[in-house]
Design a binder for this molecule. Structure first.
Ligand code: DP6
Length: 347
């Protein structure tokens, strides 16, 4: 960034990621440190993405943000945490280099505009793409080049996994300051080109219990969640990484379904209980199991986040038959349920 510049504008896009080993529960709410590691698949940006533009100018008198065209409160603690963190990293970088500190427009206020091309807060991982995009765009505008896991994570935990394509793990870390709680690519998008992701959109309404509140209540009340974090997830992370490395679809699919089911079991074990799945979600679960039983092998897998929408994994040659099965069970004219087909990110 040249010293004479008074306005700098950067636009970036970021993808959605779908966890196959779920993150649910924080050990530190402020730093957004999880109680277990998680692993996800990043989707292709052609279908689902956040686009963010950040502009810094010496003429701006305050930081401001617009989300999908509407101005939002820039004072939100998570947004503030991201802004503080990125400015801290920029200052650190500046003081480590020989450049004139006055040249970096760190004191300049920023205006941010972010749009999703999909429903916000409907269990379609919008906060993940949103905060990953925010972290990346702010890094570009302020000239930060270091690891952005912490910036994205402070916005929304799962966002740190959207900083990478392909298969990504978020290592929970052990340190109290969270410096080792980072995202890392397990395999690039080119590693498993036959893998496909379908999204069965059951509802685009905002979820009644947000992830942050939901997981806080689960941490406070669910013994199953503690058992899961301590005794189940560590082995599942290793097994999932193996399935990905070896492109073992049946292993990947079974573990994905089991982990989704256990996450929703911890929601029911929460008090008062949280229920994200609808009757339609359950019909999809049963359809997938019937489809696999019919073939005598695991050919498709479902996973559900904090909402009723299903994400289905299959290899490409299975997709036409499974989509036909879905259309047969959910004829568009009779129930209005929509089916959208999205492909996973590829090289
Ligand atoms: C069910 O990342 O949205 O999608 O850190 O509180 O913002 P906060 O939560 P968030 O939680 C995502 C939960 C999940 C599982 C996952 O993506 O791993």
């Amino acid at each position: 960034m040249a010293s004479e510049k008074t306005v700098v504008a950067v636009t970036c896009t970021a993808p959605v990621n779908i966890a196959v080993i779920k993150y649910w529960g924080k050990r530190d709410e402020d730093l957004v440190l999880p109680i277990n590691s998680s692993l996800s698949v990043t989707l292709h940006q052609d279908q689902l993405r956040t686009t963010t533009t950040a502009v810094i100018s010496k003429d701006f008198t305050e930081d401001r943000i617009w989300l999908n065209g509407l101005e939002e409160d820039v004072g939100q603690p998570r947004l503030q945490a991201c802004l503080r963190e990125i400015r801290r990293l920029a200052r650190k970088r500046r003081s480590a280099s020989d450049e004139d500190p006055a040249a970096l427009s760190l004191s300049y206020k920023v205006h941010i505009a972010s749009v999703n091309n999909f429903p916000t807060a409907a269990g379609l991982a919008s906060s993940a793409a949103g905060y990953a995009c925010l972290a990346y765009t702010l890094a570009r505008v302020y000239g930060v080049e270091s690891d952005l896991s912490e910036v994205a994570r402070r916005g929304s935990g799962s966002a740190c996994r959207s900083l990478y394509g392909g298969f990504v793990e978020w290592q929970m870390g052990e340190r109290a300051d969270g410096k080792d709680s980072i995202a890392r690519q397990v395999a690039p998008e080119s590693h498993w080109p036959e893998l496909r992701v379908l999204m069965l959109v059951v509802s685009t309404e905002k979820k009644p219990t947000g992830s942050t509140t939901g997981m806080r209540t689960s941490v406070d009340t669910s013994p199953l969640l503690r058992f899961r974090a301590e005794s189940v997830v560590p082995a599942r992370m290793a097994e999932m990484a193996r399935c990905v490395q070896e492109r073992d679809f049946p292993g990947f699919a079974q573990l994905t379904m089991k982990d989704s089911n256990q996450f929703h079991a911890t929601c029911l074990d929460t008090f008062p209980p949280i229920s994200y799945l609808s009757d339609t979600s359950w019909r999809i679960v049963h359809l997938v199991h019937r489809f696999n039983a019919h073939h005598g092998q695991t050919k498709v897998a479902y996973t559900f986040d904090a909402g009723p929408n299903a994400v289905v994994f299959a290899l490409h040659d299975t997709v036409p038959e499974f989509v036909a099965a879905v259309r047969h069970c959910f004829p568009p004219e009779s129930n209005g349920d929509k089916l959208c087909v999205f492909e996973r990110e590829r090289a």
